[in-house]
Design a protein around this ligand. Structure first.
Ligand SMILES: Nc1ncnc2c1ncn2[C@@H]1O[C@H](COP(=O)(O)OP(=O)(O)OP(=O)(O)O)[C@@H](O)[C@H]1O
Length: 312
């Protein structure tokens, strides 16, 4: 449905998008995930024809966004990070205005605006001035404008940013409803959000695609990244000696060492339960008490931070 090929965008000398390529298939919810400044908005702005790329191509339903912008844009509904709302219009006036801009035939406008307002649960607010709406309802109004004309693809830039938890849940519900009939692409810097609603996640860092897959596939990246942490009541020399006879140890971090106690973390690519059993047996045989032992599991958040060079 969308093909992005070798997209690059430079702002002066700053490389905001760096040779980005990916494909969007029909009927799925995609999440662009990345820290602030990763290049998500820039990519979305290029995909929707708002700004031009320095190089590369965007093909929407077989239409190149540069060569056939009208046909390509007709397939897309876009909710930018800051929706361009006219604050002195009522919700209904604004949506009629957008319907006109989108060239929806005059005879269909009333019914389409009503249909969209029902879908987005905006009917109660239809005569309210936009400047008097809450942030959540302004976001709904922007979303309603994006889906007028019922385009195949709906692109949402940070749709839940700045909303309270109840509004976030409502907007996520709406996105799920929209995804029944549309392909949805949304951006977020919140891992839990894309994990919860997206079928596919594209992790973007410094303008590059650093990982792609379903939440489950990305979860698989955490395998083999577990460690065992333990405290042994013994001196470092004795502990080192015991550990030298145990297999499956990749490396050891000495977190805290006293005369009679060592707190360590062991990284292993082997089964951590087996390693725990070996460790407890080996120290018990030498009558060295292990006062605590647990397995640290890597989370998707650790992987995200590792891939995007962030810190907890
Ligand atoms: N018009 C512009 N002129 C110069 N630099 C820009 C411009 N727009 C964006 N940038 C820079 O390009 C980089 C990517 O910005 P972009 O807004 O695409 O990131 P983002 O992932 O959407 O981040 P955010 O979540 O903060 O919106 C950032 O370093 C940003 O400062």
């Amino acid at each position: 449905m969308i093909e992005v090929k070798h997209l690059t965008k430079k702002y002066g000398t700053h490389l905001a998008v760096d040779d980005l390529s990916f494909t969007i298939e029909k009927g799925r919810i995609y999440g662009f995930l990345g820290p602030n400044g990763a290049g998500k908005s820039t990519t979305m702005n290029i995909m929707t024809g708002y700004i031009g790329a320095t190089s590369g191509e965007v093909i929407i339903n077989e239409h190149n966004i540069l060569e056939e912008p009208e046909k390509a844009k007709k397939c897309i509904g876009y909710l930018p990070e800051i929706p361009p709302l006219y604050l002195d219009m009522t919700v209904s006036e604004y949506l009629h205005f957008v319907a006109e801009l989108k060239k929806i035939p005059k005879t269909d406008r009333d019914s389409q605006v009503l249909k969209v307002m029902k879908l987005i649960k905006l009917v109660n607010m239809k005569d309210r001035l936009i400047k008097n709406l809450s942030k959540g309802y302004r976001q709904r109004t922007g979303l309603a404008a994006a889906i007028l004309g019922f385009p195949d693809i709906i692109i949402l830039d940070e749709p839940t940013v700045g909303l309270d938890p109840k509004q976030i849940i409502e907007i996520r519900e709406l996105i799920r409803t929209l995804a029944k009939d549309h392909t949805v692409i949304l951006s977020s810097h919140i891992l839990a959000e894309v994990q919860e609603i997206c079928d596919d996640i594209l992790i973007i860092s410094k303008g590059k695609l650093v990982a792609e897959g379903s939440p489950e596939q990305l979860e698989d990246l955490t395998h083999g990244k577990e460690s065992v942490e333990l405290t042994i009541q013994a001196d470092q020399v004795s502990v080192k000696q015991i550990l030298s006879d145990i297999s499956g140890i990749d490396d050891i971090s000495w977190l805290n060492i006293n005369e009679n106690s060592c707190h360590i973390q062991i990284n292993t690519s082997n089964d951590t339960q087996e390693l725990c059993a070996d460790l407890s047996l080996a120290f018990a045989q030498q009558k060295m008490p292990v006062t605590q032992m647990f397995v640290n599991k890597a989370t998707l958040e650790d992987i995200f931070l590792e891939l995007t060079g962030g810190e907890k």
